[in-house]
Design a protein around this ligand. Structure first.
Ligand code: MCF
Ligand code: FE
Length: 409
């Protein structure tokens, strides 16, 4: 049993409680959170560690969406336009996947780990990232991706998907949970999507999908026109969307799906997402691919649970979740900076944990898993209201971290 004490403790509960001169007592689970003197008095056999001045204790962070298999990308993929980027992915994805060696995967995960991420949702297209996801001390929801627009190839697609899914089942343990990802409504035939969703339902697996990321996707699904039409014409002389937005969404009814991006959602779609999952927002990726930013007011008016995703190094220059939060803060100048900072920390902790569901963390509360990180601010703060903002402005890496109560940083 251990106790950590610090100047401040962020519970990341619904009320966003911040405790001053606080402590947390834990083994695998959290035993008590409260005032330093009381926690020490109530747990006399615990080993006490007093963190350095200006320390902050908070829950481990959650990156709900990352593609590790593209971590070799730095200057290969083309930015500035979603369709051009997609074409460059199609052209280079096997090369990038082959170029990501053990060190490349390690470095990518290390960026998340050092930034305080204790849980992430990995979208795996090929299975090349399974080993690193198994080896890392971090908790991983491992989303095996399926895509394909031609039902004639369905059998081969299912065979490949089932093989990867089985491999992830073989490696599953307390920190690696197999899951399913339907790539998107523009790339996955509804029959293929339904097959994978049914599999997820039968096996009680988490599920994720890219949805309403670009203007091109909106136009294509609504009207069958625009940039996607021109793109699809390369493969088919008379291309038509395989589904529309609402029919695609309805396949996920009753599940807790991580919908990724959602920038172009209308109110009806946001309402559906609010009732059937959460939204992973990836602002840096959206910026680089010239996609719109998420309208947070519109999403929050529908009670959508927003979470933070870095996306992959295929559309980001960093997997550090604080870099992502800073970018989010600076891209949303319509929001009050203090209010948004507080919300961002919720998005990256409690909301992310609820979105990924399986690992009971994201909050410092009795009986939750002891996924805890500590951060040291450069100086003392003058106003507790500013703490979330100061954290987002100054944090690059954590000072220490615990997963299920075990120290890993
Ligand atoms: O989230 C971004 C942009 N939207 C869609 N897909 C991806 C993103 N980052 C990587 N991808 C992958 C996706 O998983 O790119 C491929 C898929 O494997 C595009 S479809 C050939
Ligand atoms: Fe993505």
């Amino acid at each position: 049993m251990k106790i950590l004490t610090a100047d401040y403790l962020l519970c990341c509960d619904d009320d966003f409680t911040i405790m001053k001169d606080a402590a947390i007592c834990f083994d695998e689970k959290i035993i008590e959170v409260g005032k330093k003197d009381e926690v020490i008095k109530n747990n006399p056999y615990a080993i006490v560690k007093n963190l350095s001045p200006n320390s902050i204790i908070m829950p481990g962070l959650v990156n709900t969406h990352v593609h590790l298999e593209y971590s070799a990308n730095q200057t290969t993929l083309v930015y500035g336009d979603f369709i051009k980027w997609l074409q460059s992915v199609i052209k280079n994805r096997e090369f990038l996947q082959r170029s990501c060696d053990k060190k490349c995967y390690n470095d990518a995960v290390e960026q998340m780990l050092q930034s305080g991420v204790t849980t992430f949702g990995a979208i795996s297209s090929f299975g090349g990232d399974l080993e690193i996801c198994y080896e890392t001390p971090l908790k991983v929801v491992y989303f095996n991706e399926i895509l394909g627009s031609n039902p004639d190839f369905a059998d081969d697609i299912y065979k490949d998907f089932e093989k990867r899914l089985q491999q992830s089942f073989d490696m599953a343990n307390d920190t690696l949970k197999p899951a399913v990802s339907i790539h998107s409504p523009y790339s996955t035939h509804p029959m293929i999507a339904k097959y994978a969703i049914d599999l997820a339902k039968e096996n009680d697996l988490n599920i994720a999908t890219h949805f309403m990321e670009s203007k091109a996707e909106r136009e294509w699904l609504d009207k069958g026109s625009g940039d996607f039409y021109n793109f699809m014409k390369n493969f088919n002389h008379n291309p038509k969307p395989m589904t529309n937005a609402m029919s695609f969404l309805k396949m996920f009814e009753g599940l807790n799906t991580v919908f990724v991006h959602g920038n172009m959602c209308n109110e009806e779609e946001l309402e559906f997402i609010s009732k059937n999952g959460s939204l992973s927002s990836c602002v840096v990726s959206n910026r680089l691919l010239n996609n719109p930013v998420l309208d947070i007011k519109k999403a929050e008016n529908k009670d959508v649970k927003i979470t933070i995703g870095t996306d992959g190094l295929s559309s980001n220059n960093s997997l550090n979740i604080w870099n992502e939060m800073r970018a989010f803060l600076f891209s949303h100048n319509e929001a009050n900076v203090i209010e948004l900072s507080k919300n961002l920390i919720k998005y990256a902790t409690i909301n992310g944990a609820k979105a990924l569901g399986i690992f009971d963390g994201g909050e410092l509360k009795k009986e939750k898993n002891a996924d805890i990180v500590s951060i040291v601010l450069p100086n003392s703060i003058t106003d507790i209201e500013q703490l979330p903002l100061e954290l987002i402005l100054h944090t690059k890496e954590i000072k220490s971290g615990y997963i299920n109560g075990e120290r890993y940083v």
